[in-house]
Design a protein around this ligand. Structure first.
Ligand SMILES: Cc1ncc(COP(=O)(O)O)c(C=O)c1O
Length: 391
C-alpha cells in the first residue's frame, strides 16, 4: 500500500536525527553533536517543591483547561523581565505562551507563509527553523553571516531584489555558529529594514546565556512594530517543561493566537503554573549566573584545546550560548570527520543540515554545554586524533 502524503511533508529536509540517536545511544561515545543544556544544572529539587506547592494549593484549577494565550501571571513575569533586562516596553498582552520556542517557528511560518513565498535567514541557519519553515514550502533566501552578523550588503540586496516576508535571525550566540551580532550591525540591519514590509524574527533562545552576564540590545529596540522575539525557559530552567513564548505586536499576536488555538488549544497549564511558582520563589538571576559560569569555562576549554591540539582548524569564539563552529582544513569533508569520529568514539555534527542551499561540508558544530570539563578534554583529544589521521 502507498500513502499519498501532502506535498509539504515531502519538502521536509532529510533529518540527521537517526544518526544522532545512534550516537547518543552508545555511552562509550563522547558526543558534542547534540544540543542539550547541562542536566546537572536543572534545579530538579526547586521545581519539585514548586510542583508540590501547586498541587497543595488548587490542584483542580491547575489541572483544568485554560486560555490559549497562557497563564497571565507567567506572561506578566516575562514582560516585566523584558522591561528590566532589555528596556523594551513589553506588556503581558504582547506575550503568547507556546510549547517551547520551537512552536513559535511553526506557528509564525503558518500565519505568514503561502507556498512559494520568500523568507530570509542566516547562512548557516538553525536546523530546527529550516525544518519548521520547510513544511510551508517557502523559497529560502540566505544571507552570509560574518563575525559581526548578517552581511549588510547581501542583506540590503536581498530586500531590494526579492523582498522577503520575514527575516529569521539569532542575534545572540547563534546556533550553529556561536556568533553574536555586533551593536553596530544590529543598528545597520534595523536601518535597512526600517520602512520595508519585512518583519525581523529574532530567535532569542540564548540571550540570557552571555558569559559576561550582560544583555545585548534586541533589534526590537530599533524596530518596535516590525519585529518579534521568541524566547524560552529551556536553557535557563528546564527544556522538558516545553515552555517558551512569542513576544509580538498585537496584530501579529492575534493571528498567532488563532493558529495556536487550532494547533493545541493551549500549552501545558500545569507546567506553566509550576514554572511560575518556581520563578517567584527562587532567584532566577542567581541560577543563570551559575549556568553561564559553567558554560563559559567549558567553552573556553574547548576553544583552547582546538588551538593547542588542532591548529589547522579555525573556530568561532562564542560570547555565550551552547555551540561553536569549526572550519576544517581544505579538502577534509565533515562527513568523514563524523564517520571516523564515531569509530574513535567522539561525535561532532557535520555542518550540512544548517545550509538550505548546499554547503557546510567543511564545517562541524560542537556543543559545549552538555559535556563536563573532563569529557571535553578527553573528547577533544580523540577529535585531534581523528583530524590528524584524516589530514
Ligand atoms: C536557536 C534555537 N531556537 C529554538 C530552539 C528550540 O528550543 P525550545 O523549543 O526548547 O525553546 C532551539 C533549541 O535548541 C534553538 O537552538
Amino acid at each position: 500500500m502507498t500513502f499519498s502524503f501532502a506535498r509539504r511533508i515531502q519538502h521536509a529536509p532529510a533529518s540527521f536525527l537517526g544518526e544522532l540517536f545512534r550516537v547518543s545511544a552508545d555511552p562509550s561515545i563522547i558526543s558534542f553533536a547534540g544540543g542539550l543544556p547541562s542536566s546537572t544544572l536543572i534545579d530538579a529539587e526547586g521545581l519539585s517543591d514548586a510542583a508540590r506547592d501547586v498541587f497543595a494549593t488548587d490542584p483542580r484549577t491547575a489541572l483544568q483547561y485554560s486560555t490559549t494565550d497562557g497563564y497571565l501571571p507567567l506572561r506578566e513575569y516575562i514582560a516585566a523581565r523584558y522591561r528590566r533586562r532589555l528596556g523594551v516596553p513589553a506588556t503581558a498582552g504582547e506575550i503568547q505562551i507556546t510549547n517551547g520556542s520551537q512552536q513559535c517557528l511553526d506557528l509564525f511560518a503558518k500565519i505568514f507563509l503561502n507556498a512559494g513565498d520568500r523568507l530570509g535567514m542566516e547562512r548557516p541557519g538553525y536546523l530546527g527553523a529550516i525544518e519548521a519553515f520547510s513544511l510551508y514550502e517557502p523559497v529560502f533566501e540566505t544571507v552570509r553571516l560574518d563575525s559581526e552578523g548578517p552581511d549588510p550588503g547581501v542583506f540590503e540586496k536581498m530586500l531590494m531584489e526579492t523582498p522577503v516576508k520575514f527575516f529569521y535571525g539569532i542575534p545572540n550566540s547563534q546556533n550553529p555558529s556561536g556568533c553574536t551580532y555586533s551593536p553596530e550591525r544590529r543598528r545597520e540591519i534595523a536601518g535597512i529594514l526600517d520602512g520595508t514590509d519585512t518583519v525581523f524574527y529574532e530567535d532569542d533562545a540564548f540571550g540570557e546565556l552571555f558569559f559576561d552576564g550582560k544583555a545585548r540590545l534586541p533589534l526590537k529596540r530599533f524596530l518596535p512594530n516590525r519585529s518579534v522575539i521568541s524566547g524560552s525557559f529551556s536553557k535557563i530552567t528546564a527544556p522538558g517543561m516545553r515552555i517558551g513564548w512569542m513576544y509580538a505586536p498585537q496584530e501579529i499576536l492575534t493571528a498567532f493566537n488563532t493558529a495556536k488555538q487550532a494547533a493545541d488549544l493551549h500549552s501545558n497549564f500545569l507546567c506553566q503554573q509550576i514554572l511560575h511558582r518556581y520563578l517567584t520563589t527562587h532567584d532566577l538571576d542567581a541560577h543563570i549566573q551559575k549556568i553561564v559560569a559553567v558554560y563559559g569555562r567549558q567553552c573556553r576549554l574547548m576553544c583552547d584545546l582546538f588551538d593547542d591540539l588542532m591548529p589547522a582548524l579555525s573556530h568561532t569564539t562564542p560570547e555565550g550560548g551552547m555551540f561553536l563552529t569549526a572550519t576544517l582544513p581544505a579538502g577534509l569533508h565533515a562527513m568523514k570527520v563524523f564517520d571516523e569520529g564515531v569509530r574513535q568514539k567522539v561525535a561532532v555534527l557535520p555542518g550540512m543540515p544548517f545550509f538550505v542551499d548546499g554547503g557546510g561540508t567543511d564545517t562541524i558544530r560542537l556543543n559545549f554545554s552538555n559535556a563536563d570539563e573532563k569529557k571535553i578534554n578527553e573528547g577533544m583529544h580523540r577529535l585531534a586524533g581523528v583530524i590528524k589521521g584524516l589530514s
